[in-house]
Write a protein that binds this ligand. Structure first.
Ligand code: MRU
Length: 401
């Protein structure tokens, strides 16, 4: 089957509403994929911030583009400034706020800073405030296109490292959904598959939020790339059987010495790959490199809500196939969305959606009040990384400088 990227949606874009002309940051709600793939429209900086914190928008490069767009959104929809110096102060505040929404992926602060710096440069041109604002809009829209071009270059550079007939293993989602389009680690997969070199992809489920199980296999299947899902605990076993020829992962922050933060579980895969002499490639844009940090010990690691580990969320659509069930759901949702709480904190919310009903649930799977440790990322030391694949070329991690 040939590669088919036509079924992959854009992840995040900035556009004016056809009806009222107001700008919005549009994004695919990744908390609901694959069962629902709603497009969210954020009209405020706070809306984008909430999307970032909830992981509706996620993945380091996508966060960078989204952060820049949030700054332009604040400029267009919320800043009351009528003078350029007031506008620049608003821009600085907006960039600082969105840049801090999550701590580990450096691209978030990088994207916010790019928009902030561009606004200052545009203002320095001495034109009108309106022209500076319009230029900022065009700039952040171009960032999404640039991100795709960067990922395609990463894909081409990485594909050269992949041997024909390869079975590759990946973790989390470093795919099109984690970028504006195309992906980093999966960008390499797509480019190599297109060259006939990839036989199959192993996707780790990536507990606790299952980006591998929900997002990576979804996009690989849409693209026509053969894949199989495994639980994180199965990686050692598939490697031991000789079924993995390369490990490809993305990155959230790469330090000056090559130490790399990525989704929790990446470190374990790197240790396994070393043991089984499997090449371990980190695929990321140069915007993920943070030369201000000497090594991985200084990377801030995001700690997330204990409920992510103490239970699971499920969401989807219910389409009743008999009239009695449909009537029951109609009655339940007659006054709008209905939240049903069960014993032990389980809860399901049910709403109407077109001719069907949407459900969103959180189900506790542990004893109540269990202490939980839930870091979202870990740090892989440079000496476990075979190469860093960037848009500029392929580097040994200890030769980044
Ligand atoms: O918490 P997430 O889903 O934002 O974590 C994402 C990852 O760790 C990805 O592997 C990384 O950002 C690369 S995305 C191209």
């Amino acid at each position: 089957m040939p590669l088919d990227l036509s079924q992959l949606p854009r992840t995040v874009w900035f556009d004016a509403d056809a009806a009222d002309g107001a700008y919005g940051v549009y994004l695919i709600d990744q908390t609901r994929l694959p069962l629902q793939g709603d497009v969210l429209c954020c009209r405020t900086l706070e809306g984008v911030e909430t999307a970032v914190k909830s992981l509706a928008l996620r993945g380091a490069p996508a966060l960078g583009v989204g952060a820049a767009m949030a700054v332009a959104l604040y400029s267009e929809n919320e800043s009351p400034a009528t003078a350029t110096d007031e506008w620049l102060k608003d821009i600085d505040r907006a960039a600082g706020r969105i840049g801090r929404a999550r701590p580990t992926a450096v691209n978030l602060a990088w994207g916010a800073e790019r928009a902030r710096a561009f606004a200052h440069e545009a203002a320095a041109q001495g034109g009108s405030l309106a022209s500076a604002k319009q230029a900022l809009v065009a700039f952040v829209q171009q960032m999404a296109a640039d991100d795709e071009a960067t990922n395609r270059a990463i894909g081409a550079n990485g594909a050269a490292l992949i041997m024909p007939g390869s079975r590759v293993l990946t973790h989390c989602n470093a795919g099109s959904l984690g970028t504006a389009y195309f992906g980093t680690a999966l960008g390499v997969v797509y480019a190599a598959f297109d060259q006939g070199k990839v036989e199959q992809v192993w996707s780790c489920e990536t507990r606790p939020l299952n980006q591998g199980a929900r997002l990576t296999v979804w996009e690989l299947m849409r693209a026509g790339v053969p894949c199989a899902l495994i639980a994180d605990s199965m990686a050692a076993s598939v490697m031991a059987q000789g079924w993995v020829d390369a490990v490809l992962v993305g990155a959230d922050r790469i330090c000056a010495n090559g130490d790399t933060a990525n989704k929790i579980g990446t470190l374990g895969l790197a240790l396994l790959a070393k043991h089984y002499a499997i090449p371990f490639y980190v695929c990321a844009p140069t915007s993920t490199i943070d030369r201000t940090l000497a090594d991985g010990s200084a990377i801030p690691i995001e700690q997330r809500d204990s409920r992510e580990l103490a239970g699971f969320t499920a969401s989807g659509l219910i389409t009743p196939d008999d009239a009695v069930s449909a009537q029951a759901f109609d009655a339940l949702t007659a006054q709008g969305d209905r939240e049903i709480c069960f014993k032990a904190g389980h809860r399901v919310s049910i709403g109407r959606k077109g001719g069907a009903y949407s459900f969103d649930g959180w189900f506790q799977t542990t004893p109540s009040q269990v202490p939980v440790y839930n870091p979202a990322f870990d740090v892989t030391p440079a000496n476990l990384i075979t190469s860093l694949v960037t848009e500029d070329g392929v580097y040994r991690p200890d030769r980044l400088g």
